[in-house]
Design a protein around this ligand. Structure first.
Ligand code: BGC
Ligand code: NOJ
Length: 810
């Protein structure tokens, strides 16, 4: 069942049934000020850091669901309703929510009254704008009352939801005309406040929640709305809110519109007050003046559209499959940008409180956005690298506001350092910016021990070599990519974090997955050295890589597939010998991507085993059989009921690794078959089963062992976005940046005869046509550039602003 449809021309998803299986959200904001917004106008805003600078409150896991947000209330005689249906849930005559790139438009109609909310966060300004347009579509005069409402968060979202004995006594506001200033804690150490304003005079307002809602009131029936007027309250302590009221008399076909803004403002410390206790509003006034007219609102929207036009024009494909086109050209790229902005901090499943920026997460996300925003990717790499420890290990997370490694969680996740090589290599291939390797970058954010970025890569590489176990495979530490395979944890007490319990280092437990990574990204590291002319070291690195590849085939091969690991007792994990968890997805994907066993047959065997044991109609499960009991030697993975999360869920993130592996083996049909299984736009018709947004990947889909097989969870913030984008564009469509140019080596379904791509690469627009006259799945017969045949390999543009490339498969 569908709840809406894609509008590809407008690049929007249009929801016309407000009872979506879960709130379907959008992300507004592209720099510092962000808003999560659901299809019924639920959500919240924050500045940079969803924990430390939360601007509005959001109650996760609340009942009824998704009641906090940016709602507009309409009182039309005795009927109270919202254009987005929530929170009142009064049935609407018509409803539509259009989620676009960085903006959403929600339009509800009832009793011949249309109320439209157009919301976006303009580029380079810290403000959420909401233009509300009310139209009397009937033939009679209408008298209605319109209310806006937001509930402020007292900045630190964690504190705000726990430290009530203090919080209930700190809230402060000021009101000037239609501008409500939320200034809690500004009197002491903060030099920032929020402002909630309207570009028209209000008839009344409220800033105290009790006054607007009533002490025992509810968002479904606010006291002020029922009364038809706010109480002009000034909040002292308790819960500061912002509410505007407009009393409207509308003639038939008459329209009223108001721009409502929620801004975040910082004031230089020396200028904080203009009089004792009175905040300096100059910066807020400047901000409000920039968005006080419809022309300014529209111009801001146009700037946003131009921004997205530019970003998305860097990679555009035209195949005969609309679903593929819309994912690659619009939604998958969009989600990559969202992961760039959010990492894993704030979604409807990530509370914005728990996690900072993940080291491995950020490195992998970069693979999906580096072609769109290379300069910011560069900055990101340097930020990440600066948190690396001197021994080459990594903090598992860092905080976006401070950019410092997070010592609460610490390090010891032994795959982390290698991801730094992965993203730096991807960045260099994309940009040709070899200079980045000379940038001086701190270790552990300490400038005294700064070293060139190349040295960071060297230490990443050596970190694996310095931490080998009894089988000469890499030690796993706290965990590798699979955060839940905790082989050194041995946690027996509820509440202990699997991530930090037990010694971070065990001398025995080893990971075949990291071994695969070492081979894959170690090869990239060696190529970088070679390119720099550091030949001796390049050779040594290559030797170490080849040794590891042999070790994998020797100690990491189980007969029909790659082993997953050795536990702290040296016992095999992910082996036919095991009673459960006989085969895992991760080493199959990573080892084959590294090229291990491709020539000698193991890779094909492993893929056959994946198909036989892990494949389902909704994607490839992470392992099989699922663990049915908790196992001390394995940790969190066995804490989940079978079929969920890392315990045999369909973890979308590593499905693309298998797809990549299939493309390496030349299986275009199979690759596409797998691609479709987890691709949300291909699941639109079964939204009642899949439940999450049809335009965004989710982290996991319940596996075949779960009663809810096929149900998606944790949409938006997942490495799936970057990896599916990469596997489709590089693995299948075959467009891959290389050090000296762009290579084209497609692996596609045999019945695809032709497709076209526009790909911006280092200031050249490559217009590529791929033709497949013989119906093959892989193989390139000839390449022509501007009509002239060129040898196989990287296609150079020699400074041209555009080139035409024709690739004939066969
Ligand atoms: C989840 C993992 C996640 C980890 C991060 C675990 O509970 O299952 O997917 O990476 O938490 O803290
Ligand atoms: C989610 C985490 O963000 C990611 O870092 C990890 O690799 C996967 N879960 C698998 O555990």
């Amino acid at each position: 069942m569908k709840y809406g449809h894609f509008d590809d021309l407008k690049r929007e998803y249009v929801i016309d049934n407000y009872r979506t299986p879960l709130p379907w959200i959008n992300y507004l904001g592209s720099d510092s000020f962000f808003t999560l917004l659901s299809n019924t106008a639920g959500g919240y805003s924050f500045y940079k850091d969803a924990r430390l600078r939360r601007i509005t409150r959001y109650r996760y896991n609340n009942l009824p669901l998704d009641q906090d947000g940016f709602h507009i209330y309409v009182k039309d005689n005795d009927i109270i309703w919202n254009p987005g249906w929530q929170p009142v849930q009064e049935e609407l005559d018509e409803y539509q929510c259009r989620h676009g790139l960085g903006y959403s438009v929600i339009n509800g109609k009832k009793n011949k009254l249309s109320v439209k909310q157009e919301l976006y966060v303009p580029m380079n300004d810290n403000i959420l704008l909401d233009r509300v347009t009310v139209t009397n579509e009937g033939n009679e005069d209408k008298t209605v009352d319109l209310f806006s409402f937001v509930e402020f968060c007292l900045w630190d979202a964690m504190d705000d939801s726990s430290n009530f004995q203090r919080n209930y006594s700190t809230g402060e506001v000021e009101v000037v005309g239609s501008a409500i200033y939320h200034k809690t804690e500004y009197r002491e150490r903060r030099n920032h406040y929020a402002v909630f304003y309207a570009n028209r005079p209000v008839d009344s307002f409220d800033t105290s929640r009790d006054s607007f809602m009533g002490v025992y009131g509810s968002p479904r029936q606010p006291q002020a709305v029922v009364n038809g007027s706010c109480g002009n309250s000034i909040a002292h302590g308790w819960q500061p809110v912002g509410a505007h009221h407009f009393h409207l008399e509308l003639k038939p076909q008459e329209t009223f519109s108001v721009i409502i803004g929620l801004g975040y403002v910082e004031v230089p410390v020396a200028e904080k007050f203009v009089a004792p206790g009175v905040i300096n509003k100059k910066y807020a006034e400047d901000l409000m003046n920039r968005y006080s007219s419809d022309e300014q609102f529209d111009e801001g929207m146009n700037r946003l559209r131009r921004f997205w036009d530019e970003l998305l024009s860097r990679f555009e494909v035209r195949t005969d499959n609309d679903v593929v086109n819309r994912m690659v050209n619009i939604w998958n790229a969009y989600q990559c940008m969202v992961t760039f902005n959010m990492s894993r901090s704030a979604s409807y499943y990530e509370s914005g409180i728990g996690r900072g920026m993940g080291f491995r997460d950020s490195c992998q996300d970069l693979l999906g956005f580096v072609h769109m925003i290379p300069e910011r990717a560069r900055e990101r790499i340097l930020d990440i690298a600066a948190t690396q420890k001197e021994d080459g290990g990594a903090y598992h997370q860092y905080q976006p506001l401070t950019k410092k490694g997070n010592s609460d969680i610490g390090g010891g996740f032994n795959d982390d350092p290698l991801w730094l090589i992965a993203c730096t290599d991807a960045y260099i291939r994309e940009t040709g910016d070899w200079d980045i390797l000379n940038e001086m970058v701190d270790f552990d954010n300490n400038p005294e021990v700064a070293a060139p970025l190349l040295e960071h890569l060297r230490r990443s590489f050596n970190y694996t070599l310095n931490n080998l176990g009894p089988n000469k495979l890499p030690l796993i530490g706290r965990a590798d990519w699979n955060d839940c395979l905790n082989l050194n944890c041995f946690s027996e007490h509820p509440g202990e974090s699997f991530q930090i319990t037990g010694p971070s280092e065990g001398p025995v437990a080893e990971s075949v997955f990291i071994a695969g990574m070492f081979v894959k990204y170690g090869r990239d590291y060696a190529s970088i050295l070679k390119h720099l002319g550091i030949n001796d070291e390049a050779e040594k690195a290559t030797e170490a890589v080849e040794r590891m590849a042999e070790t994998v085939l020797d100690k990491g091969w189980d007969g029909q597939w790659f082993l997953r690991a050795y536990d702290a007792f040296g016992q095999k994990i992910g082996s036919d010998e095991c009673d459960e968890g006989k085969i895992f997805i991760e080493p199959q994907g990573m080892c084959i991507m590294a090229g291990i066993g491709v020539e000698t047959g193991e890779a094909q065997k492993a893929l056959d085993s994946v198909k036989e044991r892990l494949d389902t109609k909704y994607g490839i499960v992470l392992l099989n059989p699922a663990y049915t009991t908790y196992r001390l030697n394995l940790g969190e993975i066995s804490s989940y009921p079978p079929g969920y999360k890392e315990n045999a869920g369909i973890f979308c993130h590593n499905n693309p690794w298998i797809i990549f592996a299939e493309t390496i083996m030349g299986h275009g049909d199979r690759a596409f078959e797998l691609y479709k299984k987890t691709c949300p736009a291909f699941l639109e018709d079964i939204s009642e089963i899949h439940r999450t947004e049809p335009y965004a990947y989710c982290q996991m889909v319940a596996g075949k062992d779960a009663p809810t097989f096929g149900e998606g969870k944790n949409s938006w913030l997942t490495g799936t976005a970057a990896w599916t984008f990469t596997v489709l564009t590089e693995g299948m469509l075959g467009i891959k940046p290389d050090y000296d140019g762009l290579t084209v080596d497609p692996c596609i379904p045999h019945d695809v005869r032709e497709y076209k791509i526009n790909r911006m690469f280092r200031n050249t627009m490559y217009h590529i046509t791929v033709k497949n006259p013989d119906g093959v799945e892989k193989g390139v017969k000839s390449i022509r550039v501007n009509g002239t045949e060129v040898p196989a390999g990287a296609i150079r543009a020699n400074g041209a602003s555009e080139i035409e490339v024709e690739v004939i498969m066969g």
